[in-house]
Ligand binder design. Structure first.
Ligand code: SAM
Ligand code: GLN
Length: 272
């Protein structure tokens, strides 16, 4: 079959599930042929081997069944970077790019030299900060799979990021004195929330944080003495503004920030 025909079949398979079936069909084709989009578009009249067609159609069907496209292509995009991702690791969201913006502004203003990213996933936040500033960046995660993917991304961009395994502040304890800023996009979804099918393909521990979605924050801030005089910027869900204000009121000064969709999505805590 010609590439053109295969493209049409894929687009057809994807049209129920996707808002941009043409673009997603091309993404599937780049994966199965290991060619760039530009090359594919120039070679639309070429014959495609039968086994490649079968593979492409099965991947498109998987996608149409609600499997995230990023897990099929094993690629995602964040802050102008192309990053490796795979099943078992959280796919970076566009909102989180603003967390990087907030952190970079503060790093410049305060002259911070050492930053930690807790729950780094693909390493997206840590790598973006390391590439855009002079800071030394530490990045942690509880998930070995996430750290493997993050390592691959750190090496690809030769970013100044040190990866550490462990929960909450524990992997940072030996160096915590020197850390001035902590950033994090932690799990914050309440366990009862109904998420879209494709989001449910992402790792449970990356998304859910107890009945009210606040378990991560509760544990992270359980020993405030460890955080004295540090600044923390975290992502949150818009409904969590009041509960977070209450939870963190004795720790220092809290400020909330909106995302590009005008929803309260981040807080900054300057610990006393
Ligand atoms: N920072 C990445 C991003 O923005 O795309 C990943 C964010 S994902 C919502 C949360 C990440 O935190 C996951 O990679 C998960 O494995 C990790 N995580 C969950 N609980 C953790 C904990 N207690 N300590 C450290 N990391 C944790
Ligand atoms: N924004 C994610 C969602 O799609 C949740 C991210 C998180 O828990 N950090 O539900």
């Amino acid at each position: 079959m010609k590439l053109r025909e295969l493209y049409t079949i894929l687009k057809d398979v994807l049209k129920e599930a996707s808002e941009s079936p043409g673009s997603e069909a091309l993404s599937v084709l780049t994966k199965v042929t290991s060619q760039t989009r530009e090359r594919l578009l120039m070679n639309f009249e070429e014959e495609v081997p039968e086994e490649v067609c079968q593979l492409a159609i099965s991947l498109a069907k998987k996608r149409a069944g609600g499997y995230p496209l990023q897990y099929i292509t094993e690629r995602c995009y964040f802050y102008g970077l192309e990053l490796h991702v795979r099943e078992g690791v959280f796919v970076p969201r566009i909102e989180t790019e603003m967390l990087v913006e907030l952190a970079l502004k503060l790093i410049e203003e305060k002259g911070f030299k050492m930053v930690a990213d807790v729950g780094t996933g693909t390493g997206c936040i840590a790598i973006a900060i390391a590439l855009e500033s002079e800071c030394e960046v530490l990045a942690t995660d509880i998930s070995e799979r996430a750290l493997e993917v993050a390592r691959c991304n750190v090496e690809r961009y030769r970013a100044r990021v040190r990866l550490l395994k462990g929960a909450y502040l524990s992997p940072l304890l030996p160096v915590l004195n020197d850390v001035q800023l902590i950033v994090s996009n932690p799990p914050y979804v309440p366990t009862s929330a109904e998420l879209p099918f494709d989001v449910l393909k992402e790792p449970y521990e990356a998304l859910f944080a107890g009945e009210d979605g606040l378990d991560f924050y509760r544990n992270f801030f359980s020993d405030p003495s460890l955080l004295a005089r540090k600044t923390i910027i975290m992502e949150m869900s818009p409904e969590q503004e009041e509960p977070l204000r209450t939870l963190l009121k004795d720790l220092g000064t809290i400020t909330f920030f909106k995302d590009q969709f005008n929803r309260t999505r981040f807080f900054r805590l300057d610990v006393a």
